[in-house]
Design a protein around this ligand. Structure first.
Ligand code: SF4
Length: 640
């Protein structure tokens, strides 16, 4: 409850051990043993009406849905106009929030958006306001109510975003009332506090370069070498790792401790022959005992949960259609090529990797880890290269797969020879996760091979990799990157934003650690809405919040990445470009529906894409289950 505010006139919360109160945008008592929120629906309803009594009145006094629509539209328009009045004393930043909220609210109650989503949030609000919950066409969840509690408040100018900042509330922060050195000292003191807060968060996310982590990983390494009968020098040899890639989930159980549910998932994965693979090196990044808790992202990357295993097994036969979320079938003009942009295309000559990521976008076409049949037939590769050669407009070729770094030196050399012979190609990108999962592969010989084609002024060779967490950044990964950098090549990172790296400042720490080893953050991807990997997904609002409230606090050279949503069939939508997406509906479960505009907007009249996000409420629930203080995330609702 906001300080000094009377308790709502409703029955008290049930005496449960885990409760949330939306007024504080969640959290009262959180107990790890009770990971899911238990809530009192009526209490939330009460909060909703208190959030904006005027809206409640208008809704409850409307005799029909269309009356309600007229009244609410009218109210929103009047409120917007009042923002421009001379005597409106709302803080100018709060006014900005009001404007945004009004824009969103109008969109949600627009009949056109009701038609496209087959849902009317307004109808639900209207019936609820008239006490007719039983007459709802679809019952709405607490996740739905919390969205509207916050939208109602935002429209009323009571988002309370700045509640800690009493000075801001008074209008002018103290340092602005001073001058010269005194002002600078005051401002610096304030910035010291913010810096201390950032560093406090950073300590929660150790990197693999930290001394203690290096020490306990050397024990892991010895244990794994012993298990496979290897010698210490084998660890430095990437071929040894490739020969000992763990492709049987059962083997993992002999090397690390795994909680019961995951053990069952691994056994099922083995039974249904799910593509599975972990390099011994990557396994050494996992703490033997999961209770340490730092390796969650590393584990989640390769150890499939049960629901994922079941979905993959269930749709095994039709997986090329069921799991092709990106519609790659529709953007491949010839075999092995994907093209969504004018100057770029993707060439995929190799269809597997040295380990298999659980949320791989290409899980529909990868059959098996290090599948001996994964190399495309020579005629197909030749035809794809000829296709590239025939298109002068193409300049940047992303060679990926699968992981091209796992193909042999000779194979890659021959491929690069042929691509480099094409005059109009000025950049070849190698998309590879090998610096993360098998950095030993970047020997001097292999790095020299890549450098041979890197000709400043003519053609660039760049490596694009995929670190997801600071815990993956190790001395070995650093050495691999440095080998490339010393030869003049750049290394970029594409991070996927998941529940595993989305806690406060977790990705900020990743960016900082990446820069210390010479990797430039390039993209942060919203996860694809692939049904089988829903449990990893983070709402778009959280990505926007992270960008504004966490990444923004880093020096500019650390936050060179762009948050994007790779819209199926269309390509990358820049999430920071507000004009390129808009929120159009809140669904009964609290998920937001967005209309995403294609990157070709203003160039070609491509149709937009409707995307149903994961509910913010569910995400916060997951964060609470992981021990997070949900109040840390309370402004998430105001990112659209
Ligand atoms: S490295 Fe890329 S292609 Fe390979 S399994 Fe992981 S996500 Fe898929």
């Amino acid at each position: 409850m906001a300080k000094g505010k009377a308790a709502p006139a409703t029955k008290p919360l049930k005496p449960v051990s885990t409760t949330i109160v939306a007024d504080e945008v969640l959290t009262d008592v959180l107990e790890k043993e009770k990971p899911r929120f238990v809530v009192d629906y009526d209490y939330y309803l009460q909060l909703l009406w208190e959030a904006n009594p005027k809206l409640h009145q208008l809704l409850s006094e409307s005799d029909s849905l269309e009356d309600a629509r007229d009244s609410v539209f009218g109210y929103l328009e009047r409120t917007e106009r009042e923002l421009f009045e001379l005597d409106n004393e709302l803080h100018i930043l709060e006014k900005a929030t009001v404007r945004e909220a009004i824009r969103v609210f109008k969109s949600i109650i627009g009949p056109i958006n009701e038609k496209r989503t087959s849902m009317s949030a307004l109808d639900c609000l209207w019936r609820l306001a008239r006490g007719k919950r039983s007459k709802l066409k679809r019952d709405v969840s607490v996740g739905f109510l919390t969205e509207f509690v916050n939208l109602f408040r935002a429209v009323a100018g009571r988002s309370n975003i700045y509640r800690e900042h009493e000075e801001v509330k008074r209008g002018i922060p103290e340092f602005l009332r001073l001058e010269g050195r005194a002002a600078a000292v005051k401002r610096s003191e304030m910035l010291d506090d913010v810096a201390a807060m950032v560093h406090k968060y950073f300590t929660r996310y150790p990197s693999g370069l930290d001394k203690e982590v290096v020490a306990w990983r050397s024990e892991n390494r010895e244990r794994i070498l012993r298990f496979f009968g290897g010698k210490p020098e084998d660890w430095e040899d990437y071929r040894w790792h490739l020969e000992h890639v763990i492709t049987k989930p059962e083997t993992v159980l002999q090397l690390i401790e795994v909680p019961a549910e995951l053990r069952e998932a691994l056994r099922s994965a083995e039974k249904v022959r799910l593509p599975f693979g972990i390099t011994p090196y990557y396994l050494s990044l996992m703490d033997r005992n999961p209770a340490i808790g730092f390796d969650h992202a590393v584990r989640a990357q390769v150890l499939p949960p049960l629901d994922y295993v079941n979905a993959m097994a269930e749709h095994r036969k039709e997986r090329t259609s069921y799991f092709d979320f990106m519609g790659e079938h529709d953007t491949s003009p010839v075999d092995l090529i994907t093209r969504r942009y004018p100057l770029i295309c993707i060439l995929k000559p190799y269809n597997t990797c040295s380990q298999i990521c659980v949320y791989c976008q290409r899980n529909w076409e990868i059959d098996q880890c290090l599948d001996p049949k994964a190399l495309a037939p020579e005629e197909e590769v030749n035809a794809a290269i000829e296709w590239i050669a025939a298109r002068n407009g193409l300049g940047d070729i992303l060679v990926t797969g699968g992981d091209p770094a796992v193909t042999g030196d000779d194979y890659l050399e021959s491929l690069l020879d042929r691509l480099s012979a094409i005059d109009h190609i000025y950049r070849i990108r190698i998309g590879t996760r090998t610096p993360v999962v098998l950095p030993q592969r970047f020997t001097d010989k292999f790095s020299d091979l890549l450098a041979k084609y890197h000709k400043p002024g003519r053609r660039e060779i760049a490596v694009v990799t995929h670190f997801i967490h600071s815990y993956e950044i190790t001395p070995e990964a650093c050495e691999a990157v440095q080998k490339l950098k010393r030869r003049g090549m750049s290394v970029y990172n594409q991070q996927v934003y998941t529940v595993e790296n989305s806690r406060r400042f977790e990705s900020a720490k990743l960016r900082r650690d990446l820069r210390t080893i010479g990797v430039d953050p390039y993209y942060v991807f919203n996860m694809k809405g692939k049904r089988e990997t829903m449990r990893y997904m983070v709402p778009i609002a959280r990505i926007l919040q992270e960008r504004k409230e966490e990444a923004r606090l880093l020096p500019g050279l650390d936050r060179t990445d762009e948050p994007v949503f790779n819209v199926p069939k269309l390509g990358k939508n820049h999430l920071r470009a507000m004009q390129d997406h808009r929120l159009v509906m809140i669904m009964p479960d609290g998920s937001r529906v967005y209309e995403f505009h294609p990157w070709e907007k203003n160039l070609t009249p491509m149709p937009p894409y409707n995307y149903v996000d994961v509910p913010i409420y569910s995400y916060l629930e997951e964060m609470a289950a992981r021990g997070e203080n949900i109040q840390d995330y309370r402004t998430i609702w105001f990112y659209y």
